[in-house]
Design a protein around this ligand. Sequence first.
Ligand SMILES: Nc1nc2c(ncn2[C@@H]2O[C@H](COP(=O)(O)OP(=O)(O)OP(=O)(O)O)[C@@H](O)[C@H]2O)c(=O)[nH]1
Length: 336
Amino acid sequence: MLYRLKTDFRLSIITFLAISGLVGISPFAVMRFVQGDVLAGAVDLTIMFSVTMCMVYAWVTGDTARSGLFMAVVACVGAVTSGAVVGEAGLFWLYPCLVTSFFLTEPRYAVFINLAAVIALMAHGVAFSSPVQMWSFAATALVVSCCAYAFAHRNESQRERLEHLATIDPLTGVKNRRSMDEELAMAVASAARTGVSYGLVLLDIDHFKKVNDQYGHGVGDEVLRDLVALIEKNIRRSDQLFRFGGEEFVVLMTGVDQTGLRTVMHNLQQIMDRFLKHPGGKVTASFGVAVLKTGEDPESWLARADEALYRAKASGRDQIVYADDGVAGETAAEIA
Ligand SMILES: Nc1nc2c(ncn2[C@@H]2O[C@H](COP(=O)(O)OP(=O)(O)OP(=O)(O)O)[C@@H](O)[C@H]2O)c(=O)[nH]1
């Protein structure tokens, strides 16, 4: 739970706002009912119920885009209704709503929601004691919205940049090991939920140290980039490639069974055999392949692929070894 709060910015905002909204509004709801103002109390209760539902929906489905948008609408509609029901005192509630809209949903929706809320309150007019107060409210609401927009926009672009730095390998441009851990966990969860099968390929370039030593690191880097380009060109859009570390890569394949996986792997090995080169000749790789078993966790899945890769290296490299096969794999030359 804490992990999701730390990694999902919008979910954390939705949760924080829902909880602070509940804490902030509940004393007023109690006060309204005690004072006999049932309508205002009912408005408060409806807002509290709606924000709670938004938060629960976000946690259960992970759909923070929809729940964030709905929460922004609920908050602004609630603030406008409060202003209309209790008058001037209700106006203040719109300010936090104008700010938080930009953190809950996309700027274009937030601008629309904020404008609609301010115009609705002004058109209703009852909450204002004078035209000067009404226009002062409009002007301050505009300033607050502009500042919130600028801040949220900057925050979003910095967050995207940090996320890119944290998840993408700078040399090859593919996702790094950190992203892989998350994607494997998601694949395991999806397999348990939907029954879709997943295959994991651990690929390690053979004798890569020699390439670096003989031709320099620049050439080594070029081989890594060529390998990535070649794999990306030859896997499906739903498959994902990660740099596991150094000269080791992982391909996560979706919707493949044992037979399909063997065909894909043989094709991939053939393509590498034909096209992946360094100045002195061919570049080969060893592969460890494991299909996710029912109820298996990501660690054991990866460990089985790693063990298969170890066997591929140990039995002469340039091999594909399937976990739990118990036999050595085939070289590209044997398949051809
Ligand atoms: N050019 C380049 N080399 C890298 C990079 N990351 C790791 N390496 C090199 O990859 C080499 C890996 O060497 P080893 O672990 O001995 O593996 P190997 O030579 O491929 O031998 P086997 O895997 O046993 O076939 C080392 O020389 C690392 O310096 C990188 O980003 N660029």
